[in-house]
Design a protein around this ligand. Structure first.
Ligand code: PLP
Ligand code: SF4
Length: 369
């Protein structure tokens, strides 16, 4: 289970072009993002140390438990179930010595994850799978799990229990899905998702995009990724080159939950993606104690639109086991959206949605259940 989502270094390195040379473009030289993956923090203890917190001190955030011995073992169990993974670039944006830092809380394994409520496949991904790695839930759009790996492990992720080891991440492995998409003329948009599709090397992604471009009925390629935010140097010349060459329109849907995730390097990456011709959207997950204040959500939205990223969705948490402590009540979520509406231009207010298995679309939340 956890191995399935855990970052697979061999996979990243195995797809590296053999002539890995820098292109002289400053920090975004070829191969540098793979080095960032290698250097990432992979333990709870390492993460706490990096932000100047003692292990015992950080336990105060585990509101559900009080006994420190129990808390310790519960936090270790959480880490064993879904490993900690946080690149240094992302950790550097956390405030030192603050156990409530909104970035830290997204990636730190805690005892609160041991709560038994929640389910393993809350959004019905298993039943929407057409072929290994290919899902279709909605009209016109098919989703390709291009990689099982991620550049960060978000504790609230609904994919933490999903069997991604079976997801192919090479052109050969994608061929059955590509053949299917070639035949199904009702599909006009392909969503590259994961895991994170940008964990795949650009040479391989370009091969995939060439296949997609050869299907005239595919009008749009959507890339669901957190990498430009987590490791901004992932937006390298090779990535920009294939985006620029893509015949189908490219939409990049980022995943940013808090304004503090956007530093100068992220801004540069967003500018580069935009200049390459991609339309930029963002989705966030509403998370208790991380972004459940109107001020925080407004600051994020304004920062996004000021860098040409439109807030697309604000997701209510999928009720996944181990993440229920991040849940915000619908009533509260609706109040937050109303406050955003009253303070921001309409285009800066995301749609508040939740995913309900079996529904024909993401479901807008308009009233508290
Ligand atoms: C969320 C999702 C999509 C995209 O839905 P939009 O509302 O178009 O953003 C497509 N396919 C699957 C399987 C999804 O989970
Ligand atoms: S939220 Fe996205 S980036 Fe984070 S673990 Fe889940 S799939 Fe990976």
């Amino acid at each position: 289970m956890e191995e399935s989502l855990a970052t697979n270094i061999d996979l990243v390195e195995g797809t590296l072009p053999s002539n890995s040379v820098g292109l002289g473009s400053g920090p975004t030289t070829l191969g540098s993002w793979q080095a960032s993956i290698k250097a990432a923090i992979r333990t709870r203890a390492g993460l706490l140390q990096a932000v100047g917190l003692a292990e015992t001190f950080a336990e105060t955030i585990d509101v559900a438990t009080t006994d420190s011995a129990t808390t310790d073992s519960a936090a270790s169990a959480a880490e064993a179930e879904f490993s900690v993974f946080a690149p240094l670039e992302y950790v550097a944006r956390m405030r030192q010595g603050d156990p409530m830092d909104p970035l830290l809380l997204q990636v730190l394994a805690t005892a609160a994850e041991s709560q038994p409520d929640g389910v393993l496949d809350p959004v019905g991904d298993q039943s929407a799978t057409i072929l290994p790695g290919l899902l279709q839930k909605y009209q016109r759009r098919a989703l390709l799990v291009a990689s099982g790996a991620c550049a960060i492990h978000c504790r609230y992720c609904f994919r933490r229990h999903f069997p991604y080891a079976s997801a192919p991440s090479s052109l050969k492995g994608w061929m059955p899905a590509i053949d299917y998409l070639r035949r199904d003329q009702t599909i006009d948009e392909i969503i590259l998702s994961g895991g994170d599709p940008l964990m795949v090397a650009d040479v391989t992604l370009e091969e995939l995009v060439n296949q997609i471009n050869a299907m005239p009925h595919i009008k749009r390629v959507r890339i669901h990724t957190r990498l430009p935010v987590v490791i901004p140097s992932r937006v390298c010349q090779e990535l920009l080159a294939w985006i620029g060459r893509c015949r189908a329109r490219v939409y990049v849907v980022l995943h940013i939950n808090h304004a503090a995730e956007i530093d100068d390097a992220v801004v540069r990456s967003l500018d580069l993606l935009h200049a390459a011709g991609a339309v930029l959207l963002n989705q966030s997950v509403l998370l208790k104690q991380i972004n459940d204040q109107a001020d925080q959500l407004c600051e994020l939205s304004l920062k996004l639109v000021d860098h040409r990223v439109l807030p697309y969705y604000l997701h209510q948490l999928d009720p996944v086991r181990g993440a229920m402590h991040f849940r915000v009540e619908d009533q509260r979520a609706l109040e937050l959206i109303q406050q955003m509406r009253s303070r921001l231009p309409g285009y800066a207010v995301p749609q508040l949605v939740r995913e309900i298995a079996g529904m024909p679309n993401k479901s807008p939340i308009t009233q508290a259940l």
